[in-house]
Design a protein around this ligand. Structure first.
Ligand code: CA
Length: 469
């Protein structure tokens, strides 16, 4: 604008100078006053510079110098200037248009930048989500692999269990087969026993069974079983007959009520004596222990060398069996009649394989009759062997062929001897006599007293004795 104004003023001044010169040339000598009035004190002679001051309406700063001699502008220059002015105006317009265009572009750029920024944040968000999903999928893959491994392990275990189950089934089948054959064997034995009883065919059947079971025992079978001391089975059918073959040489031939009676009669030697309990015609022989614990003891059971098989039937446990000077069982029926006479006490003496001797005493002992399965009635314990019989108090007697115990199976079958079983035993002095004490067996079938060395220790010497109080 300032340039345009300057150019305008210059043109105006140039035009003014031209006009005044033209006027001066027309007036000639008459125009001197006028020239002097216009130029003031300045003199136009000899090409001297004349000045004309024009005060524009706008405020001007600085002095304006007009060379009247150079103001020979022509129209072409004016036209050129005008053209230039127009061109500049056009350029100005163009610039303005460009400026406006640039302004709109700047707006667009700003909008684009804003959009770009929002897009960037959106991309960052999406990237974050994607990363999260990738990690999640990775975790899922790991979890899936873990579950697959667990499944694999479980399957392996299931297969193992299945295999074990099949093996157990096979074992069970084998055991069932063994049990079946054992039952058949037992039935055969019972039949043989019955045959033996009815035909009175002496001891052939018994000896067969003895030998057969003897194989379970560590001691070899002895010929003693076949000697004259064996208690014959005829007593079961003719109780009044004497079942005994030998008698000791005594001052008084007897019979006596019990061994205390023998002692009281002056017979102080420990030996076999003939007894006949009161209220019965039943005669029997028993070993009287007269030197131990003040004497007078009627021995009702003895183990010492494994020479006699104790895996016997009900009838045999009822009547008694074995060798009176060795291992034997006096008989439940005899015990019943003896203990009816008075109040008796029971003494159990035990000896282990190191020679240690202990005893257990019960201050009362008697049996119920056969129709109550010779139920055990026992008093208070004393002694140093430990009490392994009170648990059996008030229990019926059980044998291989007569199961009166409270166990689901037959305890006598597993423990290989008749006893007052509960379910099953804290003691079984009629079990298998194993040599050496500790034994290895499928069942707890040794001759043991749990409180003395436990159930898997077969004792060396055992005796059960009764004596009236
Ligand atoms: Ca039972």
């Amino acid at each position: 604008m300032e340039n345009t104004l300057t150019i305008g003023l210059t043109l105006f001044l140039t035009l003014c100078v031209d006009i005044s010169e033209a006027v001066g040339r027309k007036e000639g000598p008459h125009g001197e006053n006028t020239q002097k009035r216009l130029a003031g004190s300045s003199d136009n002679k000899g090409g001297r510079c004349s000045y004309t001051f024009i005060v524009p309406q706008q405020k001007l700063t600085g002095a304006l110098c007009l060379n009247t001699q150079s103001s020979t502008a022509n129209h072409s220059e004016v036209a050129a200037l005008r053209l230039e002015l127009v061109q500049q105006q056009e350029q100005l317009e163009k610039l303005r248009g460009q400026l406006e265009q640039e302004g709109s572009l700047a707006m667009e750029v700003r909008a684009l930048r804003k959009e770009s920024s929002s897009m960037n944040s959106r991309i960052a968000q999406l990237y974050g989500q994607l990363l999260h999903e990738v990690m999640h999928k990775k975790d899922q893959a790991l979890e899936q692999r873990r579950v697959e491994n667990l499944l694999l392990n479980a399957t392996t275990q299931a297969l193992q269990v299945s295999s074990n189950y099949r093996e157990l089934e096979k074992k069970y089948g084998a055991l069932t087969s063994i049990l079946s054959s054992q039952n058949q064997f037992i039935a055969r034995l019972e039949k043989q026993c019955q045959c033996r009883g009815s035909s009175q065919a002496s001891l052939v059947g018994t000896n067969e069974m003895t030998n057969d079971v003897q194989r379970d025992q560590s001691a070899p079978p002895r010929q003693q079983d076949k000697t004259a001391h064996y208690i014959p089975s005829t007593t079961a059918h003719t109780p009044t007959d004497s079942p005994f073959i030998s008698f000791p040489v005594t001052k008084n031939p007897g019979p006596w009520r019990d061994c205390q009676h023998v002692l009281d009669s002056g017979e102080t030697a420990s030996a076999i004596y003939l007894l006949r309990p009161q209220s019965t015609n039943r005669l029997l022989q028993a070993w009287c222990q007269q030197s131990h614990a003040q004497g007078g003891w009627t021995v009702i059971q003895r183990r010492q060398d494994g020479s006699v098989n104790f895996f016997r039937t009900w009838e045999q446990y009822k009547q008694g069996f074995g060798n009176l000077d060795g291992e034997y069982w006096l008989g439940l029926e005899h015990l019943y009649w003896i203990t009816r006479q008075a109040q008796y006490k029971l003494r159990v003496t035990l000896e282990d394989w190191q020679g240690r001797q202990v005893f257990a005493e019960y201050d009362s002992f008697h049996l119920e009759p056969e129709n109550d399965w010779y139920r055990l009635r026992l008093g208070q314990y004393s002694g140093n062997a430990g009490d392994s019989l009170s648990w059996h108090n008030n229990k019926a007697f059980t044998t291989l062929d007569r199961d009166k115990d409270s166990y689901t199976g037959n305890c006598a079958h597993y423990q290989k001897g008749g006893w007052w079983y509960h379910m099953c035993a804290h003691s079984n002095l009629n079990g298998v006599w194993y040599r050496g004490g500790h034994y290895r067996s499928r069942y707890q079938d040794g001759a043991y007293w749990a409180e003395f060395h436990g159930g898997s220790y077969s004792l060396k010497r055992i005796s059960m004795m009764i004596k009236p109080i």
